[in-house]
Write a protein that binds this ligand. Structure first.
Ligand code: GLY
Ligand code: MN
Ligand code: MN
Length: 436
């Protein structure tokens, strides 16, 4: 058995255990998960790039739509593989993948036959987007309570999942290095993006999310998707990942060219220190919200030291003065989904745990526990629409507007690493492969 097959064997044993627990808690006997059907654009015959149902990817890294996985406690899981004969699209044969021995594999040549082969099941839940077929087969589609349990268990990563995430990191780190070299040579956003995907060895739709390649002021648009052709930027903010067997790396770096405004270059260095300090604080039992709050305090201190804010860090955070500069959450769980599930779930049954009113954009309110994987991604941006109200309200004297106006064309800063929580602390999955 290869190392990967061994890790996968343990991963499936974990899945069987947690699925049995979820089924027992929610009154179902069987869990059916489909890889899903493709999304076809309205009034068109073109499909969107296919993304498998995340719960299916959690069990099986097989690509393609319409496969069904059938899980019954105490039994080996069945995999009904959709394997049509087709001359329009390539249909790769199954071969002998490392994961195959974990399943009873059957094949069906049509979608109808996949569902016929499923047979009649009692008290069966279905997870996926083929809900019409599921209802016709008397399965209960996407029961909320069961899905909440399955999502909850997805926040604890198995060693197999960590291996996938690390492999994705190796690819993304290589591509980030190529992007940095392209930027330093004066490349445009489009050329930097090309350098990234070429080094990663992928095409665009194989990325876990659209790359954010932002020169100068565009760095202040949090999910900037443009790819301009103008060269010789002063600042690059690049947020881009890679995926392996469905698991994503999500990495951001911000860097300055020699002609960058020196005070903005100093802010980048300060944010680099802050990101590393925040990572150092990660350990079990700490509420993630506390880490986020600490991020605001560190950023407020940097803003004060830099002469941008005229308030002590505690006072600045208390008054909401750091929020226009750092308007997003410090991070999120990471796994099959880039913004992975259950970050705001208080328990396996789906009890919501909303963020506190002063941090409404926080994506995880969970307590940090061993085997979670999440991002730490503090940001500092000059976003005119968020700063504007402060120019006009009673707090305007707390800001150095001349300096803010000078730095606004530089955009923003975000530094993002991916952390695995261990029993006593954490392991930074990103830095060993991408030190800067
Ligand atoms: N790449 C999106 C994010 O960092 O959350
Ligand atoms: Mn992220
Ligand atoms: Mn990111």
């Amino acid at each position: 058995m290869s190392d990967l097959a061994g890790l996968f064997h343990t991963h499936i044993a974990d899945r069987l255990r947690t699925a049995a627990e979820a089924l027992a808690q929610t009154g179902f006997e069987t869990l059916v998960i489909s890889s899903g059907q493709v999304y076809t654009h309205f009034a068109d015959d073109q499909d969107a790039p296919f993304h498998p149902t995340p719960h299916f990817a959690h069990w099986c890294p097989m690509a393609g739509p319409h496969h069904l996985l059938v899980v019954r406690p105490g039994q080996r899981p069945r995999l009904i593989r959709y394997a049509p004969e087709d001359f329009w699209y390539e249909q790769a044969p199954l071969g002998s993948p490392f994961w195959a021995s974990e399943f009873e594999i059957e094949e069906a040549g049509t979608v109808e036959d996949v569902w016929k082969q499923l047979g009649t099941l009692h008290r069966a839940a279905y997870v996926g987007n083929e809900t019409d077929r599921a209802e016709a087969a008397a399965l209960e589609p996407n029961p909320e309570l069961l899905t909440a349990h399955l999502d909850w268990y997805r926040t604890t990563k198995s060693p197999y999942e960590v291996q996938c995430l690390e492999e994705a990191t190796v690819i993304a780190a290589r591509a980030h290095q190529a992007a940095r070299a392209a930027f330093m040579a004066g490349a445009s956003e489009l050329e930097i993006h090309y350098a990234y995907i070429q080094a990663a060895g992928i095409v665009d739709h194989e990325m876990p999310y659209g790359s954010i390649v932002a020169l100068n002021e565009k760095g202040a648009i949090l999910h900037y998707e443009g790819k301009r052709k103008e060269k010789n930027g002063a600042v690059l903010l690049i947020d881009a990942g890679a995926q392996v067997r469905g698991y994503a790396a999500d990495i951001t770096r911000t860097m300055a060219a020699p002609h960058c405004h020196s005070r903005f270059a100093a802010l980048i260095a300060g944010m680099e220190r802050i990101e590393l300090e925040l990572c150092e604080l990660v350990k079990p039992k700490m509420p993630y919200g506390d880490l986020h709050h600490q991020g605001h305090l560190f950023i407020a201190a940097l803003l004060q030291e830099s002469g941008i804010l005229k308030a002590a860090p505690e006072e600045a955070v208390e008054m909401g003065l750091s929020r226009p500069f750092f308007p997003h959450g410090l991070g999120h769980h990471l796994g099959i989904q880039v913004h992975d599930v259950a970050g705001r779930q208080g328990s396996p049954d789906g009890t919501p745990m909303p963020p506190p009113p002063q941090h409404p954009t926080l994506r995880t309110t969970r307590t940090i526990e061993a085997d979670q994987v999440f991002t730490v991604e503090p940001g500092l941006y000059f976003i005119p629409m968020l700063l504007r109200p402060f120019r006009e309200n009673g707090l305007r004297d707390k800001f150095n507007w001349a300096l803010i106006d000078e730095l606004t064309p530089c955009g923003g800063i975000r530094i993002e690493d991916n952390l695995l929580v261990t029993a006593s602390g954490h392991r930074n999955l990103t830095r060993p492969h991408l030190p800067v």
